[in-house]
Design a binder for this molecule. Structure first.
Ligand code: AMP
Ligand code: FE
Ligand code: FE
Ligand code: ZN
Length: 283
């Protein structure tokens, strides 16, 4: 399908503010030719996204943003076109979501010492069975009037140095790549050169991921630094990795707009040719 290609978006199945149907409607309205739905640690939005795309001409790439932990850093791994019924993927993502929920509950317990907020307030901001995270706590803090926006919450109460923060269980990036490859999927390192906690992982580790099947780097992303992008382009050339670009759209949950960064058709073609666990939905 001609039109811009955006390979990283979130729905209310994780921390986007729009349902999969609303996300697809927004993608059509933005004039996209192809959108990937990549909720954190869940494929629960795929079916609804496909149904919503039917008859619109939009192509939907089924995907996910898998959480991984690399030492103290949180590393996100985009996964495309894998088998959503793969037993190992199902087991691991269920474990991550469960860990995320318990972690969010403990963060809320600590915040509740200082602010009027309950676990029920947070659950009210999320979908049943969805992937819980700090954005849902942020929405509850906004609803209670403690902060004005999600971003303001992340800069204060939910900051990883705030004293309320804790991490959650996730596999290593290497195990993440292996899991995605074993399920017929295509692993692409998400925003690998952001500031702060999410910094570029060293070349040795990238090389190890490439050996395990890492297929691409998400270079065109607003959170990657300019210096980091330069370094990533060198790595992409050296290891023959596909370069992607995307918005990381979260609806109203983040300022990121659909198609603010996009992927070249040739890069998408390589991803589609490599993925064997599921197929693009041609709406
Ligand atoms: P968590 O996975 O629970 O640690 O929360 C991190 C998630 O929150 C990321 O996946 C982002 O999508 C989202 N996030 C991070 N910073 C912000 C922000 N400033 N505003 C809105 N959402 C954010
Ligand atoms: Fe997110
Ligand atoms: Fe991410
Ligand atoms: Zn994302």
């Amino acid at each position: 399908m001609p039109g811009p290609i955006d390979l990283h978006t979130h729905s209310s199945v994780s921390d986007g503010t729009e349902t999969p149907t609303e996300l697809v409607d927004a993608a059509v309205a933005a004039g996209l030719g192809t959108v990937a739905i990549t909720d954190h640690d869940s494929t629960a939005g795929w079916r609804e996204a496909f149904a919503a795309a039917s008859g619109t001409g939009l192509t939907v790439i089924p995907g996910m943003e898998l959480s991984t932990n690399y030492g103290p850093a949180s590393v996100h791994m985009l996964a495309y076109l894998f088998d959503p019924d793969d037993a190992s993927i199902l087991r691991e993502t269920a474990r991550i979501r469960d860990g995320r929920a318990h972690r969010a509950e403990r963060i809320v317990e600590r915040i509740a010492v200082d602010y009027d907020i309950t676990w029920a307030d947070v659950l009210a901001q999320s979908v049943d069975g969805g992937t819980l995270g700090r954005p849902h706590i942020a929405d509850a803090l906004v609803a209670k009037g403690h902060v004005t926006t999600r971003s303001a919450a992340f800069e204060s109460i939910l900051h990883w140095q705030s004293g309320y923060y804790e991490k959650y269980y996730a596999p290593s990036p290497l195990d993440g790549v292996r899991l995605i490859i074993a399920a017929g999927g295509v692993p692409v390192l998400a925003h690998p050169a952001t500031h702060g906690r999410y910094r570029v992982i060293e070349e040795r580790a990238i090389a190890e991921l490439v050996d395990a099947g890492l297929f691409g780097l998400e270079i065109h992303h607003r959170d990657n630094t300019d210096d980091g992008k330069e370094r990533l382009f060198e790595l992409a050339a050296k290891y023959d990795l596909v370069v992607t670009g995307s918005s990381d759209y979260h609806g109203e949950g983040k300022p990121n707009r659909l198609a603010e960064n996009t992927t070249e058709p040739e890069a998408l073609a390589r991803i589609v040719a490599s993925g064997t666990g599921s197929a693009p939905y041609l709406g």
